[in-house]
Design a protein around this ligand. Sequence first.
Ligand SMILES: [Ca+2]
Ligand SMILES: [Ca+2]
Length: 162
Amino acid sequence: MELIVTMMLISIAVLAITYALSFAFSRQSDGLWRAKSVALAESYFEEIMARRYDEAAPLGGIPPCSPATVPCTAVGADGEPRAEYDDVDDFDGLDEQPPLDVNGNPRAEYVSYRVQISVDYLDAAQVAGLGLDDVSDGKLVTVTVIPPVGSPMNFPLLRTNY
Ligand SMILES: [Ca+2]
Ligand SMILES: [Ca+2]
């Protein structure tokens, strides 16, 4: 009888340890896809920030497009394929799974991830809040990473007109 009780206690202890371990493991893998999602969003940001502010803006951004000079263009690609995106808002509507790198190749370590991007001019309230002059002064880029598990993560980025 004593032996049976002891064995039961041990099996309960083992169960508890197993549970604690699996919990720790799931927390850890949770952290892994979160970290990967952040890294993935960052690499898209790098690619986007390397592009011109607008189709109508020269490389280097001077002079900036504005209502007073050359008006900024509507959001969206300007007839270019993905590999030739040359301004920030060309990425609007992008939806990739697997995500592609800057050379257009699938990112092998992210095949089960999906990336969606939206780009829009700031609205009047955001322009006022940021102390800018015109809605063409800033674009809000939102990169959404949808990992294979867990919920989508949104990463906003403000690109100003310079
Ligand atoms: Ca373009
Ligand atoms: Ca464009």
